[in-house]
Design a protein around this ligand. Structure first.
Ligand code: FMN
Length: 449
């Protein structure tokens, strides 16, 4: 029976194990996670979402903090049009994040950055330019464009010396969207180096209308994108994403003609993932009925998440003086209106804003539990301990499970190895449990294809 390890993704002169860990902002896909993927010969993503905040948190800079001070006089107003980013700060924050990551890179794999167009920061073109320049100057191996059609993105960086050498890819949810991007890239004679096709079972923002989600499936989307590339006579690797839960699921797509898979939900419970441990346990305990796709993101894109996400029952005041990552060029965010319209209780206290979330604040606090459709199957990928908690597998364990398992088998982390490790580390039993202990497990739902 074939397995992922029988295949390789060829990107330029590089031979990569065809497993790509998808970007998960804000700092859910940490540098540690992405670096482990590269060390193992695959591709890892960091995210540049709110990089100034990440830089402040990790490196003690004061990029976002100083912005908050500068604009604090607007805290009581919903007119945020004067709250502007100084893009030198955006550049510096992104550069810090990328450069520190790339300096620590080992192994034969690659580290890419996920870059969402929707983070418009009051000036869509300037923010994109600053973030792209910083990523390339910081030595990133590749840039995955997402959350938008990116028709003007490449033009912004055509003069950067690494423009033709850095790998550039785009996430699309239809052949039509890819066609639009290909037309803009043809004008610069700079075609993408890879295309990620993301289907309706993915986590994060989704590129489908909320009402027609069920009309699509990843297999058909991949076939349509492969057909379009063939028609255009373009040889560009296609990477399938969204609901690829087992090595067997991945092989199904590789057989179909995809060159790799992009996966994320399996890694949300890895030790290297940025979510706090208690959030990882919430993911592990989730059931299928706990998941919904809603329109609470003020970007306008539907997003899949656990219904118990604290972001769905919060009344936090818009905090764009410090944050403001998704303000449009008029200083507007859909959350402003929703917050303004929310009622107050008998004591005059703002009621929860259920319609939209303050996405910057809640992603910063890990309060939005976005997840792929298969989140409720995570419990089948690990072992529950006597105290009721699940072992958190290492990223290496999950990577190797995708790489070497066949069919719908899932390799469980060994509880003994985890406990030994916990004793050595003095941790609570959720330490690295990387030993591969392949136990055949029946998947609870059919494969995603
Ligand atoms: C917690 C989480 C956060 C995500 N954040 C982003 C993001 O910031 N940008 C993006 O393009 N995709 C994001 N995604 C989508 C993933 O990168 C990936 O393409 C998708 O989830 C793959 O499907 P899977 O989760 O079923 O494996 C996120 C997914 C998850 C689970």
């Amino acid at each position: 029976m074939s397995r992922v390890d029988d295949y390789r993704l060829i990107l330029g002169n590089k031979e990569i194990i065809p497993i790509m860990q998808g970007g998960m902002g804000v700092d859910i896909s940490t540098s540690e996670l992405a670096l482990k993927m590269a060390e193992l010969g695959g591709i890892g993503h960091i995210s540049d979402a709110m990089a100034p905040y990440v830089s402040d948190k990790k490196f003690g800079t004061r990029l976002q903090n100083s912005k908050q001070k500068e604009f604090r006089q607007f805290a009581d107003s919903l007119d945020k049009s004067a709250v502007k980013w100084d893009f030198a700060r955006t550049y510096e924050g992104t550069l810090n994040h990328v450069r520190h990551t790339m300096e620590a890179k080992r192994g034969s794999g690659l580290v890419f950055v996920n870059l969402m167009e929707k983070l418009t920061m009051g000036n869509p073109a300037e923010t994109l330019r600053a973030r792209l320049m910083a990523a390339m100057d910081g030595g990133i191996d590749g840039i995955t464009l997402s959350a938008g059609l990116h028709t003007g993105t490449l033009k912004l960086i055509e003069d950067q010396p690494r423009f033709r050498d850095v790998k550039i890819g785009i996430i699309v949810s239809s052949a039509r969207a890819l066609g639009v991007f290909l037309r803009s890239s043809a004008r610069l004679n700079r075609y993408p180096d890879y295309v990620v096709v993301e289907g309706p079972l993915a986590g994060g923002h989704l590129g489908f209308g909320i009402d027609c989600l069920h009309q699509f499936n990843l297999r058909t989307l991949v076939e349509e994108v492969l057909a379009l590339l063939k028609e255009e006579n373009l040889s560009i690797p296609v990477i399938a994403a969204g609901g690829v839960f087992t090595g067997g699921d991945a092989v199904d797509f590789l057989r179909l003609g995809a060159s790799a898979v992009q996966v994320a939900t399996r890694f949300t419970i890895s030790q290297e993932c940025g979510f706090p441990s208690d959030v990882k346990q919430i993911y592990l305990l989730s059931k299928e009925e706990d998941v919904e796709v809603n329109l609470s993101s003020p970007t306008g894109y539907p997003m899949r998440m656990l219904k118990c996400s604290p972001s769905l029952s919060s009344n936090i005041k818009p905090n764009c003086e410090a944050l403001g990552y998704i303000l449009d060029k008029n200083g507007k965010c859909q959350y402003h209106q929703a917050w303004d319209a929310a009622g107050v209780d008998a004591d005059g206290k703002k009621l929860p804003v259920t319609e939209k979330m303050c996405i910057c604040y809640h992603f910063m606090r890990y309060n939005c539990y976005t997840c792929g459709h298969n989140v409720y199957r995570l419990k089948d990928t690990t072992v529950r301990m006597a105290d009721g908690n699940y072992i958190l597998p290492t990223a290496e364990h999950i990577f190797n499970d995708y790489r070497y398992s066949t069919g719908q088998q899932i390799s469980l982390p060994s509880i003994a190895a985890s406990e030994d490790e916990a004793l050595r580390n003095g941790t609570n039993g959720t330490g690295p449990g990387a030993a591969l202990n392949t136990i055949p497990r029946k998947s609870t739902t059919p494969a995603a294809v």
